[in-house]
Design a protein around this ligand. Structure first.
Ligand code: GRG
Length: 283
């Protein structure tokens, strides 16, 4: 795609506008709650998950409209997970997206509640869509629930804590960890986009496989970014670079990204997603 960065920015603006509107009904609540929620969502962010959801729907049905409540909800959940991940009892991170993390700016109690509020807002948003009566939207919401629940991000975070303590990371253990911690939300993003577009079971499964491969490649890319940003801190965490070495980690990232590309290449209207893969992995 020639004008990828312009097209990418258009999609970021679309999801940001949608999320701003979705938060408007809460403006009568305590100012610090609304401020901390907004601070945690509108502070940069690549919007990869929401855009994957929107673009899957656009690719399959020609429109991202039906996917918007799910795209926004998933982005709220992602923001929530980052706020909680940064807390002193988790990663204890002072910075997020180059700015003070939510608890550094608002204190721990407010950050905890801002995260909880974003999670609940996500489900309120999806429920409103489900009330319209399309069964596929209920399946989509159930998929999001699984992805951020006990069979998803929470279990992934527990695996992370345990692996960090045991210091016995292997490639297999890392994949099991990120399947829940990182990839679950990416897979549900694509699954929601496919479900609300009326895709059949095989197509949904094929696209979830695309997101699986993209998700592993994305986590390895994230490990390289963390290494560049955090230096020594990143050397202590269980990640692909520390476990495989730089060269093999990069080779794995390319191989998973190539698998994702192979799958998505079979779909008409895939231009933006192919551009996104190039943006993420071919630099
Ligand atoms: C979320 C239910 C739930 C519980 C919290 C804290 C926690 C359990 C899970 C942590 C999940 C987590 C923080 C995963 C990190 C995944 C990851 C690669 C984050 C970076 O994603 P990007 O690069 O970030 O898309 P931006 O800033 O671009 O949005």
């Amino acid at each position: 795609m020639n004008n990828f960065s312009t097209e990418y920015q258009i999609r970021i603006n679309t999801v940001d506008q949608y999320m701003k509107k979705a938060l408007e009904p809460y403006s009568d609540c305590e100012a610090v709650l609304i401020d901390s929620m907004n601070y945690s969502v509108f502070n940069g962010g690549k919007r990869i998950r929401s855009i994957l959801c929107m673009e899957t729907a656009r690719m399959l049905s020609g429109s991202a409209e039906k996917a918007m409540p799910f795209a926004a909800a998933i982005e709220f959940i992602h923001a929530f997970s980052l706020v909680h991940d940064d807390l002193p009892c988790m990663d204890n991170a002072d910075l997020r997206r180059g700015m003070p993390s939510c608890h550094k700016k608002y204190g721990e109690a407010i950050a905890l509640l801002a995260g909880d509020a974003l999670l609940n807002t996500a489900f309120e948003l999806m429920t409103e869509e489900c009330k319209k009566g399309n069964i596929a939207t209920i399946e989509a919401m159930a998929s999001v629930g699984r992805a951020c629940g006990v069979h998803g991000m929470i279990n992934g975070q527990i695996r992370d804590i345990e692996l960090m303590a045991s210091k016995e990371a292997t490639e297999e253990k890392l994949i099991r960890l990120i399947e829940h911690k990182t990839m679950a939300l990416m897979m549900t993003s694509v699954e929601c986009g496919a479900l609300v577009s009326g895709a059949d079971k095989n197509t949904v499964a094929d696209l979830v496989d695309f997101a699986y491969n993209l998700g592993i490649a994305f986590q390895i890319r994230d490990d390289f970014e963390d290494e560049a940003e955090d230096g020594e801190d990143a050397q202590n965490s269980p990640n692909f670079i520390n476990t495989l070495g730089r060269e093999l980690a990069r080779a794995r990232m390319s191989a998973y990204a190539r698998k994702a590309k192979d799958i998505i290449s079979g779909y008409a209207g895939n231009e933006f997603i192919l551009g996104l893969l190039e943006f993420l992995f071919d630099k």
